[in-house]
Design a protein around this ligand. Structure first.
Ligand code: ADP
Ligand code: TZD
Length: 571
């Protein structure tokens, strides 16, 4: 350890970093060791923190980000310089994009050599590289600044709109000594890191007035609403107002998906027909067709609750912005509702109920089929029925068809239990989010993964087995990206591999067996039910290789229209 030979009256950069994190109740670091941070990880462990070591920094970063989302405390990811930092940077950018609080801490090489570009080991100007992908980026150069630097990083990550923060720790900083008493005094405990931001009363009144005149109101809950941990008030607002609501994918479970006011099964209808829409922690980005066009049908007026003032009018005009933290804003709206709010008309709620019934009956018929080989629907039916009996399980989900179908078929019953590709539609979050969720909650995780999606983070199965985490990964194996039945288009190379194809009949279950986990290979819904039930009950790392019809699904799932088409695919 670094401090073995140190005089008791001295401390150093290594110790101060760990002391500063612990001083702010941070108890876990996700990372990957090497020069110059190996001893930092050792010290963290020696000081009673958990260090969860990964096989690739992107997944450590994703674990940190999801831990941040679950707890409102920044998740910490620790990496080495240049390449390790860059591997973590994708996760930092993804966290910022999704408004998850995390801090990427990377060691960096000698400043004088980096700045003169003299070719140091893992040389890179990391601070400047990070700036454009992070909410904030800082470097600490002096040991006595570690306390304030960590405080600054924490506050930047969690206050206002949460996001990813980069913290650069030059190798020589870690080795710097400082008088121990001075060091102790330099630590900073962040006071009120997530301050309430109370909305202006006139903005609340404007919103309530608009709502009062609505004939076909709709509430849209986004993952900002889930993040805010204002679950009781959000539920009370929905129920007291009587307004139908739609959850965005990660807001599922904020109210149970089986709630009578959920309009999920009539999504297209309510988006097109609503006249006043209350956005609570949801952005009008591509996931909501930018608030305009065919999806949104007739012109409508928006009430938008968000902590970030510049989110307002980002895509369409917002009639009633309410700026503040969701807890305070929803509480204010709720208080305002008491004064003579009338519930939406039976005509509106009745029309929605009718659509829901029709769509649910149609979906039930599709789900009840038992094609051979299994398709997305029959596999997801089996999973849905098992998960119904485990409402507190964390669900991770990525892929194209696997993501789109699972999102609509698997119900969530509790808040902040669903973690998916999110705002970027990124592949590769699977095992990182699963590990982050398992470590943070101490509860089991089921990760439903397209076979392509799984491949991005598959090596973390070793991490899952090493830490014996209760994670069941289900790989929807249809032999390729989207589907597995594309043709070779190469006129010059006979039997060339189609661009979307993988090895046919791959046995992903064998991968986890290599690390001592339990592998299952299933081809029918009944086998899937049995394997999943057993795997969850075991509490052990498991992987279920679920064989799915390689012709099922569509290219890019529900995003087919986003694909520009070339001559190659047109013929
Ligand atoms: P979704 O993808 O579910 O639609 P988004 O990630 O697009 O959700 O939107 C989340 C929004 O929530 C962001 O605009 C963010 O600023 C906002 N937000 C996050 N946390 C809070 C909070 N505590 N209070 C208010 N707004 C928040
Ligand atoms: N790379 C990254 C980082 N993110 C992406 N979204 C993609 C590539 C492109 N992509 C998608 O948008 S979905 C997907 C890729 C590669 C995988 C789809 O195949 P799958 O899922 O096997 O995971 P389905 O369920 O079989 O469609």
């Amino acid at each position: 350890m670094t401090n073995d030979t140190q005089s008791p009256s001295l401390t150093d950069g290594f110790h101060l970093v760990i002391d500063a994190l612990k001083h702010n109740d941070i108890d876990t670091i996700f990372g990957l060791v090497g020069i110059p941070i190996t001893d930092l990880a050792r010290l963290a462990q020696a000081e009673g923190m958990r260090f969860i070591g990964f096989r690739h920094e992107q997944h450590a970063g994703n674990a940190a980000a999801i831990a941040g989302y679950m707890t409102q405390k920044p998740g910490i990811c620790l990496t080495v310089s240049a390449p390790g930092f860059l591997n973590g940077l994708t996760a930092l950018a993804n966290a910022t994009t999704n408004c998850f609080p995390m801090i990427l801490i990377s060691g960096s090489s000698e400043r004088e050599i980096v700045d003169l570009q003299q070719g140091d080991y893992e040389e890179m100007d990391q601070l400047n590289a990070a700036k454009q992908y992070a909410k904030a980026a800082y470097r600490i150069n002096k040991a006595e600044d570690i306390g304030i630097g960590i405080a600054r990083a924490i506050r930047a990550a969690v206050s206002g709109r949460p996001g990813g923060v980069y913290l650069d720790l030059p190798a020589q900083l870690l080795g710097q000594s400082l008088d121990a008493a001075l060091g102790k005094k330099s630590l900073v405990k962040v006071v009120d890191p997530v301050p309430r931001q109370i909305p202006a009363p006139d903005s609340v009144k404007r919103a309530l007035d608009l709502l009062k005149g609505a004939k076909r109101p709709l509430i849209l809950l986004g993952k900002g609403a889930a993040y805010a941990q204002a679950d009781a008030d959000i539920r009370a607002f929905v129920e007291k107002s009587g307004i139908p609501y739609l959850p965005m994918s990660m807001a599922k479970g904020l109210l149970p998906d089986t709630h009578v006011q959920s309009a999920s099964a009539a999504r297209s209808y309510v988006l097109a027909e609503a006249d006043v829409v209350v956005l609570i922690g949801a952005r009008l980005n591509w996931l909501l067709s930018h608030g305009k066009g065919k999806t949104w049908g007739a012109p409508k007026q928006f009430i938008q609750i968000d902590i970030s003032p510049t989110e307002i009018d980002s895509n369409v005009a917002i009639a009633a912005p309410v700026i503040g933290d969701i807890g305070s804003c929803v509480a204010a709206l709720l208080a305002g509702l008491d004064a003579g709010h009338s519930k939406p008309s039976a005509e509106w709620t009745g029309a929605i109920a009718e659509r829901k019934d029709k769509n649910l009956t149609k979906m039930a018929a599709t789900l009840d089929q038992n094609p051979s080989p299994m398709n997305f629907h029959s596999a997801l039916r089996a999973i849905r029925d098992v998960l119904k009996t485990h409402p507190d399980i964390n669900l991770v989900n990525e892929g194209a068809n696997t993501l789109d179908y699972a999102r609509s078929i698997i119900d969530q019953y509790q808040p902040r239990k669903r973690f998916d590709s999110g705002t970027w539609g990124i592949m590769g979050i699977g095992m990182g989010y699963a590990i982050g969720a398992a470590v943070t909650s101490g509860l089991p995780v089921v990760a439903i993964e397209g076979d392509s999606a799984f491949g991005f983070s598959g090596m973390e199965l070793e991490t899952i087995c090493r830490y014996q985490l209760p994670i069941v990964t289900i790989v929807f194996n249809n032999n390729g990206v989207y589907k597995g039945c594309d043709a070779n288009l190469n006129p010059n190379v006979k039997n060339d591999v189609p661009v979307t194809a993988f090895v046919k009949g791959a046995r992903y279950d064998k991968m986890i067996e290599a690390f001592g986990g339990i592998g299952y290979h299933v081809a029918t819904p009944a086998e899937l039910t049995k394997a999943l039930t057993e795997a969850i009950a075991s509490g052990k790392p498991a992987l279920i290789n679920a064989v799915i019809d390689e012709a099922a699904g569509t290219e890019s799932g529900r995003l087919t229209t986003l694909n520009p088409k070339s001559g190659a695919t047109k013929k």
